[in-house]
Each structure stands twice: as structure tokens, then as C-alpha cells.
Design a protein around this ligand. Structure first.
Ligand SMILES: NC(=O)c1ccc[n+]([C@@H]2O[C@H](COP(=O)([O-])OP(=O)(O)OC[C@H]3O[C@@H](n4cnc5c(N)ncnc54)[C@H](O)[C@@H]3O)[C@@H](O)[C@H]2O)c1
Ligand SMILES: O=CCCC(=O)C(=O)O
Length: 525
């Protein structure tokens, strides 16, 4: 596919007349053709009007039609072949294996949502039949199902150019829910975005769906995102990126005449608790494995393990020695764009210059690349230095080692919300884990044992979410089939005649759904 630099508004393609920009080869810094023109406010309005017009017919399309559309989009992304991998590698500096894996995850995610649409339990149908003879008052016939919210604005993330971008989890879950999507491409990978966008646009056409089901807008600066979130046709927002960006979009959404939900995934340092039994059994191996997770993709994962907590011991010494050695072998990494590299270097310099913080290991350094960094401190220093709990996006980790178990417990209690908390433990640590679990549950969306947080499985039980600032809404996830719930709302139908009811609610159950009948989950017959 040859790139044109055009945005995709419904079935059309046109060049934005706003500020021009290009993608860059992340490794060399060279500008990559073609140039993209930023969308104007009129472009945003047009995409959102088309999305609004598409909403009624799209949500009325049968589950089978929506599922086939998602599968078509997946097939067309697959068919982009090596050209997509080449462009994504160039624009992000991420290694080929990582991008290939991410493409598999992206198309797998679209196919999983197709299955989810067909399976139907997302409609959460509840039927409370009429009780005309109930005393003192009869009960009317009440039936409930979930319906889509309306057009959704999606902001592609810089660090996952496929799985969290144009056809990533936010887009897949919104489309599965029956919501048209207007995507703002991340300006760091416009070529990758155009390729994937054209695949989705072609799938809309082939599926015979209204053109406004999908649009893709390009732009630099804040104006495009601001106009998109403010547009009255948009009913929800999906975002992965910086805390400042997510909060800014949340403010715009809250200030609208009709405020709307912003599902923003923002900032997490993903604490790792190294319990004594695990360190005694495996200290050195854990140290090496930690560096593998920390430095993967130059640390540009929102699940990056940025904070470690432990009680000093011989096992912890072995951990630190092995981690320091592994850091010494860690190559300098290409970061996604210059701004992210600058932010990382500033964050590392701030850690290095903090009183009471010492270097425990560092990776190779190279001009224009990021060197991994590993620091250590104690609980008292952590408590009195609030910025030590801030995310440094990249391969920087901080170990808090303290003999005072209660000080570590208070530290955990004082942490902000997290995407993940990891616990390394053996049977000897079970009593400690059991004591900690109630606190961990209040802090994170996912608690994992004897693993590393990077590498999120896309499945039904996944929660990629968590209390603020991990996300703006702790009740949700942006990965896995549960993500569909963000874009649905319940409607109750009272005393609506059988023949006038939506199919999902009819007595005959033509969609073959599991339904909650008078409170009891009931199989289709
Ligand atoms: N937690 C994560 O998963 C994660 C992922 C990527 C980046 N980051 C963090 O974000 C920093 C910057 O990276 P980025 O460019 O990917 O994220 P970003 O938040 O700066 O931008 C993401 C998207 O939101 C838009 N945007 C941001 N602020 C806006 C505003 N005020 N108004 C309108 N639109 C706005 C941008 O144009 C872009 O399209 C990184 O250094 C890192 O700290 C975090
Ligand atoms: O960067 C955010 C997503 C992280 C992720 O999906 C993973 O670790 O696999």
C-alpha cells in the first residue's frame, strides 16, 4: 500500500489543511514521507456528524454483521504484510519481533471481540416478568439490556502502535459495542496509522456498513484532540498516554454541555513485592528476570516494573548483584520519539540527584538512545520524597529496601492506584501475602504472583485498569472483552408488548442468549 498522507473521513480520503507534519525514523531521526496535514475543526465536525449518522444503522446491524466486520478488519490488517511491520518498526524504533507480536495481538483482539459480539452476554439481558397478582401492588413486566453509548473518540497510544492504536483495544471494543469510532492518530506513527486506517475503512465498505462507522484524523498539537472531545456527537473517549494528557481530556469532557466519560489509562509504576522466601530461594534469578522486564521495548510499557520493595537479606543482595550485572549488559534503547527520550532523561536525572537515592546499576549509554537505570533507597527517604513515586516512562527502576516491615506496609498503603502489583513469593511467604492482599486489591487492577507485569494477555478475565492515576475510572479495563462495558449503558423496557421488543428481550429468545430470568441465570432453549 502506498501512503498518501490523507486522513480518512468516512469513505473519503483528503489531506488536512492544518499544520503539516511527518513521521520520523525513531532510530535515525530522519523524516519519513509522506507529509500529513492536520485536521481542521471542520474536518472533526464532518467525521463526528458522519459517526452520528452511522450510529442508528450500525447499532441496529445484527451481531453477526458486526462480528463479520471485525473479522474483515483483522484479515485486512493481516494482509498488509511486511509493509506494515517495516513502517511500524521505523516509526517507533521497536524491534521487529515485538511489532510482529503486537500485530498478532491486534488481529487476535479484533477476532476475540467478534466472538464476544456473537456470544451476546455483553447485552446482560435481565427479564423480570409481570406479577399481576402481587399484593399490595402488581409488578409490571420489566426487561433490561445494554445498548451502545454512541460515537466514541479514540486516541492512539504512542507506545503500542498497533494494539493500542487505530484498530487497538479501544477501537475494537467500541466497534463491538455498536459504537462508531473517530480515531485521532498518534502523530509519532502516522504512516502505520494510515495503513491500519485504510484496512478498517475497506472493511467498513466490504461489510456494507455506513461510512461513518470509522474515521481517522491526523494532527499535531492539542487543537484536534480538544475539538474531538468537545464535539457534541461524541459520547465517550478512549485514551492511553500521559497523565497530563488524560487529565486535560477529562476536563474538556467534564466541561461540555453534556459531560461524557473519558476512559484514560495514564500512569502506573507497577510495584513488585519481593517477599523473603522468594528472595532466599531465587534472588539472583529474580534479579536477572527483573531487568529483562524493565528493559523490554526500552521500558516503554505502562506495565513496566518501576518500583521494587523488599526486606534486606542475603537473597536481596543476590538479587541486586544479578540485576546490576544484567543492567551492565543492557543495550541502550531507541525510544519512541524525541519528547519521550527527553522526558525519560529528565526523570532519570531527577532520581539520580535525589538525596538518599543511590545508583544500583546502569545500562549502556549511546547518543540519542536511552540507557537503563536502577536505583535504590529506603522507606523513610521514599516517604519524604514524593516524586520517587512518579512514573518515569522508560527503563528506570527503584528498589526500596527496608528492614522495617511496617514501614514497607505503610508505603504500600500510601501508593497511588496502579495497573498491576506483582508479588514474588514461596509457600513460606503465604501468611505475609494473605495479610497484604486486602490492601493490594484496593491499589491495583491486576495482582500477579511470580511473574512480571509486562505482557498483557488479551482474554475474558483480564483487567488492564486500576484506581487513579492508573486510569480515570477504576471500574473498567481497556484490555480484554470486559472493555466493551465502557461503551454500553442499560435500558429498561417496562410493559412493552412482545412483538415490539428488541430481539434480545423477546420471549422466543431468537438470539439464543443466556438471560437472567427473575434473578436466575437461564440457558437458551
Ligand atoms: N502510561 C502509558 O501507557 C503511557 C503510554 C505512552 C506515553 N506515556 C507518557 O506520555 C508521555 C508522552 O507520550 P505520548 O505522546 O504518547 O502521550 P500524550 O499524552 O502526550 O499524547 C497522547 C495523545 O493525546 C493527545 N493529547 C495529549 N495532551 C492533549 C491535550 N492537552 N489536549 C488535546 N490532546 C492531547 C496527543 O496529541 C496524542 O494524540 C510519555 O513521556 C510518557 O510519560 C504513558
Ligand atoms: O503500555 C501499555 C500496555 C502494556 C501492555 O499491554 C503489555 O504489557 O502487554
Amino acid at each position: 500500500m502506498s501512503l498518501t498522507g490523507e486522513m480518512l473521513i468516512g469513505a473519503g480520503a483528503l489531506r488536512g489543511t492544518g499544520q503539516s507534519f511527518t513521521g520520523y525514523d525513531a532510530a535515525s531521526g530522519a523524516a519519513l514521507d509522506p507529509a500529513y496535514g492536520s485536521a481542521t475543526e471542520a474536518d472533526v465536525a464532518r467525521a463526528c456528524i458522519l459517526a452520528d449518522e452511522a450510529f442508528a444503522p450500525y447499532r441496529a446491524a445484527s451481531p453477526e454483521i458486526r462480528a463479520k466486520f471485525l473479522e474483515l478488519a483483522a484479515a485486512k490488517i493481516d494482509a498488509l504484510g511486511d509493509a506494515l511491520t517495516d513502517r511500524a518498526c521505523a516509526e517507533t524504533g521497536l524491534p521487529r519481533g515485538r511489532i510482529e507480536g503486537e500485530r498478532g495481538r491486534t488481529v487476535g483482539q479484533l477476532r476475540l471481540f467478534a466472538q464476544e459480539v456473537r456470544e451476546g452476554s455483553w447485552q446482560d439481558v435481565r427479564l423480570d416478568p409481570a406479577l399481576p397478582d402481587r399484593k399490595p401492588l402488581p409488578r409490571p413486566d420489566l426487561r433490561m439490556r445494554m445498548i451502545p453509548l454512541g460515537p466514541v473518540a479514540v486516541f492512539g497510544a504512542s507506545n503500542f502502535p498497533l494494539a493500542f492504536s487505530v484498530a487497538g483495544g479501544d477501537t475494537a471494543s467500541a466497534l463491538a459495542a455498536g459504537c462508531p469510532v473517530v480515531v485521532k492518530a498518534h502523530p509519532a506513527h502516522p504512516g502505520t496509522s494510515e495503513m491500519v486506517g485504510r484496512a478498517v475503512q475497506a472493511a467498513v465498505k466490504e461489510a456494507g456498513l455506513p461510512e461513518g462507522v470509522f474515521s481517522l484524523l491526523f494532527g499535531v498539537g492539542d487543537a484536534l484532540g480538544t475539538a474531538l472531545v468537545a464535539d457534541p456527537h461524541i459520547k465517550a473517549v478512549g485514551f492511553t498516554g500521559s497523565r497530563a494528557g488524560g487529565l486535560a481530556l477529562g476536563k474538556i469532557a467534564a466541561a461540555r454541555h453534556e459531560p461524557i466519560p473519558v476512559y484514560a489509562e495514564m500512569s502506573s509504576i507497577n510495584p513488585v513485592l519481593l517477599l523473603p522466601g522468594a528472595l532466599a530461594a531465587n534472588g539472583a534469578a529474580l534479579g536477572k528476570a527483573f531487568v529483562g522486564s524493565l528493559t523490554m521495548g526500552a521500558g516503554q510499557f505502562c506495565t513496566n516494573p518501576g518500583l521494587l520493595l523488599a526486606i534486606p537479606s542475603d537473597g536481596l543482595d543476590a538479587f541486586v548483584t544479578a540485576a546490576g550485572e544484567a543492567m551492565g549488559d543492557a543495550a541502550a534503547g531507541v525510544m519512541l520519539h524525541k519528547g519521550i527520550l527527553a522526558a525519560y532523561e529528565k526523570g532519570v536525572a531527577k532520581l539520580a540527584g535525589s538525596a538518599g537515592v543511590k545508583a544500583l546499576g546502569e545500562g549502556h549509554k549511546a547518543e540519542g538512545k536511552a540507557g537503563a537505570a536502577f536505583f535504590g533507597t529506603d522507606a523513610a527517604t521514599f516517604a519524604k520524597t514524593p516524586h520517587l513515586a512518579d512514573e518515569v516512562f522508560g527503563a528506570a527502576g527503584l528498589l526500596v529496601a527496608d528492614a522495617d516491615l511496617m514501614a514497607l506496609a505503610r508505603l504500600i498503603q500510601g501508593l497511588e492506584g496502579q495497573l498491576t502489583i506483582t508479588v514474588h513469593m514461596t509457600e513460606d511467604d503465604e501468611a505475609l501475602f494473605t495479610a497484604l492482599l486486602p490492601v493490594l486489591e484496593t491499589k491495583a487492577g491486576r495482582i500477579l504472583i511470580n511473574g512480571w507485569p509486562t505482557g498483557v494477555e488479551v482474554c475474558h478475565a483480564m483487567v488492564h485498569g486500576g484506581p487513579f492515576p492508573a486510569t480515570s475510572d477504576a471500574r473498567t479495563t481497556s484490555v480484554g472483552t470486559l472493555a466493551i462495558r465502557r461503551f454500553l449503558r442499560p435500558v429498561c423496557y417496562q410493559n412493552v408488548a412482545e412483538e415490539l421488543l428488541p430481539a434480545a428481550l423477546q420471549d422466543a429468545n431468537p438470539q439464543g442468549l443466556w438471560r437472567r430470568l427473575d434473578g436466575v441465570m437461564t440457558a437458551p432453549v
